[in-house]
Design a protein around this ligand. Structure first.
Ligand code: GAF
Length: 385
């Protein structure tokens, strides 16, 4: 946790004035349901106790001035000149601003100080957290009357247009609409959702961060999305009523996609089955059957690795390794893939021993540090008062 005072003091130091609002927007985990969001399926994420913090204040001119603590870097642009930039990190804010322009919302120049404790590139959605923190902060600063769902949608479009990733809405939605102690079961078709209590009893969720960052992750992500869309197009040739993989059955895929393209078939089948796994895991969670939730996590990983092909050797190793311990009910890679973290459902009394055992073995095998992260399901975006 970073305190409000700390963020405000840093803003004052950087911009030589006082901020008017400070906002915290969290990163997320996802229990199960990967690559389902952009296929109008379900996801089961929640916000975590690690967040991006921004402090904002109005300016008299038409400049946007940003400062990112992580990079010790300033960025400045005139509102009228907004475009995606080489530097990378400003795009998450500029993409949000471009959406405000697109919606013809009234806003002016501002300063924004950015800090946070979401590990970057770990698959915990630090970029979505920044988009939502920026959207939320500008909403209050300029009294734009946006709802939380609007802010999530704006963040998603910022990611599409300014970061080039055709992501679904899971990460932004989890950042703005989570509730402490709960997971969000979100229907990505109509954005209806319920908060389900995450009652883990003697178990806990820990993340094992591979510290692998795959440079081709965004293009591979967009490729997967394109495969799903092509699968839907093939099914639509016979079933015009189908809109997305949400409407597609395995029988339809067997008949209409498999004969045309085996790879697209495998990817689409994964998505259809992942939705089913999510619904099964949700039902198990609601009746307190954590063993079954764990089994679904292992199955999901097998699909993500062998069928959807978004894992990597480090993630596969970590999931395989924990299988030998009865204290670990389930594990899988989490998020878009190609690196980042595994999510593990582990007996609380065994967490530290697991970390102690796996860390040196992982280092010896891959020459990389393994970072264990204990997370607490937390509230979504908030203004710090
Ligand atoms: C990334 C994306 F941003 C999400 O929208 C989602 O598709 C996820 O990968 C995979 O489930 O985090």
């Amino acid at each position: 946790m970073i305190s409000k005072e700390q963020i405000e003091n840093r803003y004052t130091h950087v911009f030589e004035s006082k901020p008017t609002h400070t906002v915290r927007s969290p990163g997320r985990i996802n229990i199960i349901g990967e690559h389902t969001d952009y296929n109008e399926g379900f996801v089961l994420p929640t916000a975590i106790d690690k967040a991006i913090y921004v402090a904002v204040g109005k300016r008299e001119d038409d400049l946007i001035r940003l400062y990112a603590e992580d990079f010790k870097a300033y960025f400045e642009i005139r509102i009228a000149d907004i475009h995606p930039v080489e530097e990378g990190w400003p795009n998450y804010v500029l993409g949000v601003v471009a959406q405000l322009q697109e919606r013809k919302l009234p806003f002016g120049g501002f300063n924004m100080y950015i800090d946070g404790d979401v590990p970057l590139g770990a698959g915990l959605s630090s970029s979505a957290a920044l988009e939502c923190a920026a959207g939320f902060a500008l909403n209050v600063l300029f009294d734009l009357q946006l709802q939380r769902v609007d802010i999530a949608k704006i963040g998603q479009l910022a990611e599409h247009n300014y970061a080039g990733v055709k992501c679904g809405i899971m990460d932004q939605f989890a950042s703005v609409l989570s509730k402490a102690g709960h997971v969000v079961k979100l229907d990505c078709r109509d954005l209806s959702f319920t908060h389900i209590p995450l009652e883990l009893g003697e178990y806990a969720i820990i993340l094992l961060n591979t510290n692998v960052k795959h440079s081709l992750a965004s293009s591979a992500y967009n490729d997967r999305r394109a495969s799903c869309e092509e699968g839907v197009r093939l099914v639509q040739e016979k079933h015009a009523e189908v809109n997305s993989l949400r409407d597609v059955s395995i029988a339809m895929l067997d008949e209409l996609v498999r004969p045309v393209d085996e790879d697209i078939y495998t990817k689409c089948r994964f998505v259809v089955e992942e939705n089913q796994r999510l619904n099964d895991a949700c039902a198990a969670l609601e009746r307190g059957d954590l063993e079954e939730v764990g089994r679904q996590l292992f199955r999901a990983h097998a699909g993500l690795s062998k069928e959807y092909d978004v894992s990597c050797p480090e993630l596969d190793f970590l999931v395989e390794y924990v299988k030998e311990f009865p204290e670990v009910l389930g594990a899988r890679m989490m998020g878009g893939g190609f690196g980042g973290c595994t999510i593990n459902l582990v007996k609380k009394s065994f967490q530290d021993l697991l970390i102690e055992r796996v860390t040196p073995i992982y280092k010896a095998k891959f020459g990389l540090e393994l970072t264990a992260i204990k997370v607490i399901p937390s509230n979504g975006t908030e203004i710090l008062i």
